[in-house]
Write a protein that binds this ligand. Structure first.
Ligand code: CP
Length: 306
């Protein structure tokens, strides 16, 4: 594997290869000392031009478990603030000698652009509204880890589809693996030509709950909205939030997922967060092993030692 920019680039075979490799990484992570020398001597640059908690720390943990060195770059404390361009910044970091570049950027397409400038492989850690492939891989891994077969699985993705790179990547990943994906949102939170995304659309969460195997709640992305797209957040919660009453309508073995960070009281009621069907922290834990797999496959090993 070279760059990892989108789920589309991977296809079902690529996703399945990462899942199988992640199984080995899960075994490593369960050891008393969860560290192997697979990427010893390699350096991974972690370049975040936009805020992150999960993705940044998860990649860093993954790289360290594989014994890679991590070169951390944070735009907020860098010469980007003095006007240095993205290209000059990337070329500067690469000149220090790196074996892979992880990029998060607020602009859609930035990681692909970086991949054209850099010799080292590039991993997209989330770009604008466009794609977040490792989030989708960890989400798919989490569903698979529950023993669910994707073929015919009913997955409802609820909320702010319009601004969500997670939604776009998850629609691609879940669909190519065989699931039936339904997008549930008010029309104002769906992108134009939503039908081109290849999913069914519903404007009623109540109408789909009983038939849903996986309920995937999206974050309301206030920072990406330049106008009020819902009457109020309280109104959104009443119509599209997972309340205790709605949670009762879900099948008893349904999975409830959210990429984080959660807006408690908007996408999900605080009382529902402790529901035993919620898998949010499993998603976080699986993020480490999936990103170990991605780094291992992208950067290569010093002899396949895992
Ligand atoms: N899910 C996700 O991408 O979270 P962060 O923004 O915290 O990385």
């Amino acid at each position: 594997m070279n760059d990892l920019l989108t789920i589309e680039d991977l296809g079902a075979d690529g996703i399945n290869e990462i899942m199988l490799t992640a199984d080995s990484m899960a075994e490593v992570s369960a050891r008393p000392i969860p560290k192997v020398p697979a990427l010893r001597g390699k350096t991974v640059a972690s370049m975040f031009f936009e805020d992150s908690t999960r993705t940044r720390t998860s990649f860093e943990t993954a790289a360290k478990r594989l014994s890679a060195d991590v070169l951390n770059f944070s735009a907020s404390s860098s010469s980007v603030n003095k006007g240095e361009s993205l290209r000059d910044t990337v070329e500067t970091i690469e000149a220090m000698g790196v074996d892979a570049i992880i990029v998060r950027h607020r602009s859609s397409g930035a990681p692909r652009q970086v991949a054209q400038w850099a010799e080292a492989p590039v991993i997209n850690a989330g770009d604008g509204w466009h794609a977040h492939p490792t989030q989708s891989l960890l989400d798919a891994y989490t569903i698979r880890a529950e023993g669910r077969d994707f073929e015919g699985l009913n997955i409802a993705i609820v909320g702010d589809v319009s601004h969500s790179r997670v939604a776009r990547s998850n629609i691609e990943a879940f669909s190519v693996l065989g699931a039936n994906v339904t997008l549930v949102a008010p029309p104002t939170l769906l992108p134009p030509h939503v039908e081109a995304l290849g999913a069914t659309v519903s404007h009623s969460l109540d109408a789909v709950l009983a038939e849903t195997d996986v309920l995937y709640l999206l974050r309301m992305q206030h920072e990406r909205m330049d106008q009020a797209l819902v009457p109020s957040l309280g109104e959104y919660h009443r119509t599209f939030g997972l309340t205790p009453e709605r949670a009762k309508q879900l099948p008893s073995n349904a999975l409830i997922m959210h990429p984080g960070p959660m807006n408690r009281g908007i996408e999900i009621s605080p009382e529902v967060i402790d529901d035993p069907r919620v898998r949010v922290l499993n998603q976080v834990a699986n993020g480490v092993v999936v990103r170990m797999a991605v780094l291992y496959l992208v950067v290569g090993s010093n002899g396949g030692v895992i």
